[in-house]
Design a binder for this molecule. Structure first.
Ligand SMILES: CC(=O)SCCNC(=O)CCNC(=O)[C@H](O)C(C)(C)COP(=O)(O)OP(=O)(O)OC[C@H]1O[C@@H](n2cnc3c(N)ncnc32)[C@H](O)[C@@H]1OP(=O)(O)O
Ligand SMILES: CC(C)C(=O)C(=O)O
Ligand SMILES: [Mg+2]
Length: 540
């Protein structure tokens, strides 16, 4: 490993810590812990797009991934590190040489690189998972931080499951890793077990009991298993933490992480209480939240704070009366401050390229002129089918540029017959990878099942349908339906996601199924997939 010669690499020297006492650093881990959310896997193009949006929004640190986890993760972290400026780009590593070296390899060319080393410290993890004594934990943590600090000036250490760690042992570990070169010490409530006052007490105990604590930034990392991730993070900040680890829409392992938008808006709205600043351009919160939903297909619940569709809706008569008289009666934040426009309608069939380009930029995407031209074409086709084109519709169209699956099999046409007293039938016409056009038909339990069987007959790809979700992309009768599905091959060992949207959900289902079949074909070409023997069980 070669050491960093970038003098601006460290974002948390002791002097910075002092100078920034009134600023809370926002550490976004959507691309790492967020991606640990089942169903939230992203490809490299999607991660890059999100990283650009996060940097544009002003996050201080982007945890871009866990480079040792896979070649894909490594490549994504390296690509983000190479491109992103402004924000620190961080890679996660277990406390061993291979992980740390791989993390450095991935982030070393970042303008501001960080290595994040973690090792569990609680008795449960020590005894059952790591099978290490306290002394071995301290020794390993120090060795890991030293190895990282030898090459990178900015090193974060996380004692995993800190919230359930004996406090005197936690103090010992934190003091040792700061001496070894950690510039940020993160205190994870890994399993979301802590109560706010208890979590704050841990942070205070470190501030009061670790002699060298002033040399590092204290960070929070709270999970939402008891719905307390945001409350715990804010309690930590109140107690003295000056970095918060969080994710867009609160996605993350199990019940998720603290939601970035909630933390940021709590600090901003209650500035009178906290007196603390962040660097976040809050009007980017809603567009970035939407971008993530669109990329992952994971919709935000309607009543979610800040970014849910009901977050600024006033339904009750007494509330509406109050709002009409004086908005502050029922509104503690202005929707425009988080990027929610009061008129959500964006474009229509008479809109031109300028309006479309402006809207796409406002939504946080970076597209080339060539991509804008293709998008404009698709947008016009959509605007012919539906009167009003919303941001969500545009996001679904933009998603096309982030796909990493070649269209080996292409749907050319589709015909279905279904009803209460007929046998559901589907006829599909598909262009094969060799260019030949093939037509076939099948019957099924419903029109969607019939399509899937017809596609199976044409492509010869056998897989089990594992998940099938249809959601409305925007509002209104003419809204596009987005279908997300998962096909399973090798008896559950490999799953392939397919996604597509159309104003016709039957067509969207066919396109999503083919999208997943194309992913399987790509992997089959590399000889990595054995198919399931049998038929797909769609039943839709
Ligand atoms: C709290 C968190 O969110 S931590 C981050 C969790 N994220 C992930 O795990 C996602 C990515 N993970 C992966 O792709 C894989 O787990 C890998 C590639 C990292 C490791 O895979 P494998 O080598 O097959 O190991 P596996 O995951 O089965 O087991 C983990 C091993 O790491 C060890 N380990 C766990 N944490 C640490 C740590 N912080 N430092 C050192 N070793 C650790 C475990 O004790 C176990 O070791 P063992 O094999 O000697 O029993
Ligand atoms: C890797 C660490 C910081 C983590 O995600 C956790 O403990 O929850
Ligand atoms: Mg976590």
């Amino acid at each position: 490993m070669t050491p960093s010669d970038n003098s601006s690499a460290a974002s948390s020297t002791p002097t910075d810590v002092e100078a920034d006492r009134n600023r809370v650093r926002i550490f976004d881990t959507t691309l790492r812990d967020g991606e640990q959310s089942p169903g939230a896997s992203m490809n490299m193009a999607e991660k890059l797009e999100l990283a650009r949006a996060l940097a544009g929004m002003g996050v201080d640190v982007i945890e871009a991934g866990f480079p040792i986890a896979s070649v894909g993760d490594f490549d994504s972290v390296r690509a983000i590190a190479a491109e992103i400026t402004g924000a620190t780009v961080c890679g996660l590593a277990r406390c061993n040489d291979r992980d740390i070296d791989r993390a450095w390899e991935a982030v070393q060319f970042a303008q501001k690189p960080r290595i994040h080393v973690f090792l569990a410290t609680s008795a449960i993890h020590r005894e059952h998972k790591l099978r290490m004594t306290r002394a071995q934990i301290v020794e390993r943590a120090v060795a890991g931080v030293r190895r990282a600090a030898a090459v990178c000036k900015d090193v974060e250490f996380s004692p995993e499951d800190a919230a359930r760690t004996e406090i005197e042992f936690l103090r010992e570990v934190i003091e040792a890793v700061i001496d070894a070169g950690a510039t940020t010490v993160n205190i994870p409530d890994t399993v979301g077990y802590a109560m706010p006052s208890q979590y704050a007490a841990v942070i205070r105990a470190l501030i009061e009991g670790v002699p060298n604590i002033g040399r590092a930034v204290i960070s929070t990392h709270c999970h939402d298993d008891l719905g307390l991730a945001v409350a715990n993070s804010l309690a930590g900040v109140e107690a003295g933490a000056r970095q918060v680890e969080c994710t867009i829409n609160g996605i993350g392992e199990r019940a998720g992480n603290a939601a970035l938008e909630e933390i940021v808006m709590a600090l901003k709205t209650r500035h009178d209480y906290y007196g603390l600043e962040t660097n976040i351009k809050t009007e980017r919160l809603f567009p970035v939240s939407r971008m993530l939903s669109s990329i992952t297909g994971m919709a935000v619940q309607r009543n979610k704070a800040i970014v849910g569709s009901n977050a600024f809706a006033h339904e009750a008569g007494i509330h509406q009366d109050g709002m009409l008289k004086e908005r502050s009666t029922y509104e503690i934040m202005r929707p425009e401050d988080v990027g929610v426009s009061r008129t959500d309608l964006v474009l229509g069939k008479h809109s031109g390229r300028h309006a479309l380009r402006d809207r796409v930029v406002e939504m946080g995407y970076t597209l080339s002129e060539e991509q804008i031209e293709t998008l404009f074409h698709d947008f016009k086709a959509l605007a012919d089918k539906k009167k009003e084109v919303y941001d969500e519709d545009v996001a679904v169209l933009v998603e096309k540029f982030m796909g990493d699956v070649p269209a080996h099999w292409q749907l050319l046409s589709l015909h279905t017959t279904a009803g209460t007293s007929v046998l559901p039938t589907a006829t599909v016409s598909i262009r094969r990878p060799d260019g030949e056009i093939v037509q076939d038909a099948a019957i099924g339990d419903g029109p969607v099942d019939a399509i899937f069987k017809a596609v199976e007959r044409v492509t010869g790809v056998h897989a089990n349908l594992h998940e099938f979700v249809v959601r409305s992309v925007s509002q209104g009768k003419d809204a596009q339906g987005e279908v997300t599905l998962e096909l399973e091959v090798e008896s559950g060992e490999s799953t392939f996601r397919g996604r597509a949207a159309s104003t016709d959900i039957i067509e969207a289902s066919a396109l999503a199924y083919l999208n997943a079949v194309n992913a399987i074909t790509t992997r089959k070409e590399r000889g990595q997939v054995r198919e399931v023997v049998g038929r797909p069980g769609a039943g839709a």
